[in-house]
Write a protein that binds this ligand. Structure first.
Ligand code: 3HC
Ligand code: NAI
Length: 699
């Protein structure tokens, strides 16, 4: 193993190389190595100045997150940085790749910073449920001012080198790809007195702008929605103005430790690693992805158009096939509009949009246009006969080795694959609406899907900047199967006495961006209605059914698109108001069943909703539909608005304690029957005193 920190001297300048792949995280060994290197620089007669840089693809990307939650080992990062800052010889940080979190804090402790133009800096700690804990909240405002510090630290956003220069975070931006050369040149200038360095801890931060802090507190309270770290980070930044530097550092440390001990930190770190672990699937180890240089999309409605834009934005040419010329024109209109939105939001240049429309995007009504395409994604109506017909036609024209994917939400991918002569090439790619925005892609693996086709799904997701989760075939795969289950729990509560509006409010307070009834209105109540009709014949006769949604649909109220659903919508409005007529429908349904409504507390609502979700998730894991509990967590986080700081339903269950969840399910199944019967996996884990997390490790 190479030394994680190497010291050498080049022409009178000490070169301190941090070499801890993959991202040079500040493990205990790196911290110790840095402390030793700085001490050596101080006493080294051969060195007039020093440069700290990262070997490999990046500067230091932060503290070693794997050490979080364990006792911290010396030397502590703030002390290492204090030693760098105190060094009497100038020390330059030479940045490339990403200088994040503790990495940027090391750089802020240096006396000057140079960055390659491609470098990015940031303090993303709040996204992990903590705050910069090695002086970032004290040094950044001194260097860049309160407004920049508040912005960077509460958002965690990555800032490109040019903006960092404008903000005063770096002293120079250099073209090229050699951070060490840039650092050495700057160190020489400092040593020769041609440039000056500063100790950021010694800079006077100036007077506190009270109004600015009040404004950020109000803004952050809204945007953070239940997440505590951004608010606490503001307290820490404020200490830079209220206290002398050393006391501010102590205050930061105290707040950092508080957050480090929080459940939210545990949830967010779990989310971070889970999003990376989902890519670790057997097929990716067994096979390499197939080459995908062109995409075909069949059906250019809501989903097909969004999928086309996601692929076009990633630089892949797309051919979209629709039923007839009028449908082609409609699809072209949607694609153009989505690209225009991208231009308006600054995500896409006008020139790039024009190039996409004139060169990369083509349309057709004839399937033969897809004969040479590497990967075709079908997004036609959710109807088995229509889908089978599409796949039969595709089978007739697609080249050998082309991947044939379906975007079905619920239908049996095995049955669709059987309509072709090449089931090994057929797979489900379940995108989420809007497909060019939502991060989740469920990669649905059918019985005969080849391993390299699965691996291609994961490679494509990466290219589209999405998170792929591997799912098996069942009604609704991972996400929609869960959705159907917790929606039923919500419907039962409505029938028993809660209002849809109270349920939505309770779940928004829990951390979801929208409650389940508002989501139904957005998605369209007709879609779930069609699903209920489809499943009616195969439904378990023991299942409790609620007729309220059917009564609403029978009136033609399908949600936002018809101006009313569970809520009433003013024309064009996205937020609705409670509808007394819906409340009357609910009352009539209760009366017809002889149910005397009772009241529910918000805690009861959350508890039942989560118990239903966790129980179904346990079945999904046990059946192998999800590989591990973490795959369920990522599905819910990336596709269904589950509050990230709660880590996902399985992580949430672990924190509640599986015995607590089991006791709630047993109580509910005694009261309300079969729907609540605990999943065998949950019973086993609870009996063994185990957690879902114990199943996340694969050998
Ligand atoms: N600690 C430990 N491991 C880390 C890590 C970190 N800070 N950052 C990344 N890794 C690991 C990943 O888990 C992954 O491991 P795997 O290959 O075993 O799955 C590997 O490094 C590569 O990471 P990515 O797949 O994410 O690589 P990318 O090139 O896509 O992204 C990155 C690189 C932008 C650096 C991204 O990994 C990232 O955002 N990392 C986290 C950065 C961060 O949040 N830093 C702040 C940490 S908190 C802190 O510093 C506290 C301080 O204030 C005291
Ligand atoms: P949509 O009704 O908006 O679009 C379907 C399109 O397919 C229409 O434009 C239609 O003209 C076209 N089409 C129908 N038959 C065709 C054929 N034989 N050849 C070519 N084009 C044909 O439907 P939407 O919402 O886009 O859904 C498409 C698929 O995506 C469905 O399977 C649905 O379950 C799934 N899905 C939908 C989501 C949503 O939120 N709307 C989310 C995830 C998946």
């Amino acid at each position: 193993m190479t030394d994680p920190v190497r010291y050498s001297v080049q022409d009178g300048i000490a070169v301190i190389a941090v070499d801890n792949p993959p991202v040079n995280a500040l493990s205990q060994a790196v911290r110790a190595g840095l402390a030793e290197a700085v001490a050596r620089l101080s006493g080294d007669d051969q060195a007039r100045a020093g440069v700290i840089y990262g070997a490999g693809r990046t500067f230091i990307a932060g503290a070693d997150i794997r050490e979080f939650g364990k006792p911290m080992a010396e030397p502590f990062l703030p002390d290492v940085i204090a030693a760098i800052e105190a060094c009497e010889k100038p020390v330059v940080a030479a940045l490339h790749g990403t200088a994040l979190g503790g990495g940027l804090e090391v750089a802020l402790g240096c006396h000057a910073r140079v960055a390659l133009a491609s470098a990015k800096v940031g303090l993303p700690e709040v996204t992990l449920g903590i705050l910069p804990g090695a002086g970032g909240t004290q040094r950044l405002p001194r260097i860049a001012g309160a407004a920049a510090a508040l912005d960077l630290i509460t958002s965690g956003r990555h800032v490109a080198a040019v903006e960092a220069l404008k903000l005063g975070i770096v002293d120079a931006v250099v073209d090229g790809d050699d951070p060490l050369a840039a650092g050495l040149a700057h160190a020489r200038r400092l040593a020769d007195g041609e440039a000056t360095g500063r100790r950021s801890g010694e800079i006077d931060p100036g007077a506190k702008d009270e109004a600015l802090f009040a404004d950020w507190r109000a803004k952050t309270k809204k945007s953070a929605r239940g997440q505590i770290s951004p608010m606490v980070a503001i307290d820490a930044i404020e200490a830079a103005y209220d206290l002398p530097f050393n006391e501010g550092m102590a205050r930061e440390r105290e707040l950092f430790k508080e957050l480090m001990a929080s459940d939210q930190r545990a949830g967010l770190i779990h989310a971070f690693f889970a999003e990376r672990a989902v890519a670790k699937i057997p097929e990716a180890e067994a096979a390499s992805p197939r080459e995908v240089a062109s995409i075909g999309v069949i059906g250019g409605g809501t989903m097909g158009s969004g999928i086309a834009v996601a692929a076009l934005n990633a630089g892949l040419p797309v051919t979209l096939v629709e039923r007839d010329e009028a449908s082609v024109e409609r699809a072209r209109g949607i694609v153009s509009k989505l690209l225009d939105d991208g231009v308006r939001r600054g995500k896409l240049s006008e020139a790039r949009r024009d190039q996409i429309l004139s060169r990369d995007f083509s349309t057709a009504t004839d399937y033969s246009a897809l004969a040479e395409t590497d990967l075709v994604i079908e997004a036609v109506f959710e109807d088995m006969d229509v889908k089978k017909d599409v796949f039969r036609r595709l089978d007739g024209i697609a080249k050998a080795g082309a991947i044939l994917a379906t975007n079905t939400s619920y239908l049996d991918v095995n049955e669709i694959a059987a309509a072709t002569s090449r089931p090994q090439d057929v797979i489900g790619f379940h995108f989420f609406s809007p497909a060019h925005v939502m991060r989740l892609l469920e990669v649905v693996v059918a019985d005969k899907t080849a391993a390299d086709v699965v691996a291609t799904g994961f490679a494509l997701a990466k290219k589209l900047r999405k998170v792929a989760v591997r799912a098996g075939v069942c009604d609704g795969f991972i996400g929609n199967r869960l959705l159907n289950t917790y929606r039923k729990a919500a419907d039962y509560m409505v029938e028993d006495g809660a209002s849809p509006y109270q349920i939505d409010a309770a779940l928004v307070a829990f951390g979801f961006p929208m409650g389940p009834f508002a989501v139904s209105d957005l998605a369209g109540l007709d879609i779930a209605w069609a699903g209920r009709k489809r499943r009616a014949a195969t439904r378990d006769p023991r299942e409790r059914t609620v007729g309220i949604a059917d009564r609403i649909c029978e009136r033609g109220w399908f949600g936002q698109k018809t101006g009313r659903g569970y809520y009433l919508y003013e024309p064009g409005a996205r937020r609705g108001s409670p509808d007394p007529e819906v409340e009357a429908i609910i009352a009539a349904e209760r009366e017809a069943k002889g149910i005397v409504p009772r009241s529910f507390t918000d805690e009861e609502i959350v508890s039942r909703y989560m118990a239903a979700m966790i129980n179904e998730a346990a079945k999904i894991v046990e059946e192998g539909i999800a590989l591990r509990p973490l795959d369920v967590d990522v599905t819910m986080l990336a596709g269904y608005g589950f509050p990230r700081w709660r880590g996902g339903p399985m992580q949430y269950a672990d924190r509640l304690g599986l015995d607590t969840v089991l006791a709630e399910l047993r109580r509910l199944s005694a009261e309300d029957g079969f729907f609540w019967e605990p999943a065998p996996l949950l019973v086993r884990l609870a009996d063994e005193g185990q957690t879902f997390a114990s199943l996340n490790e694969r050998d």
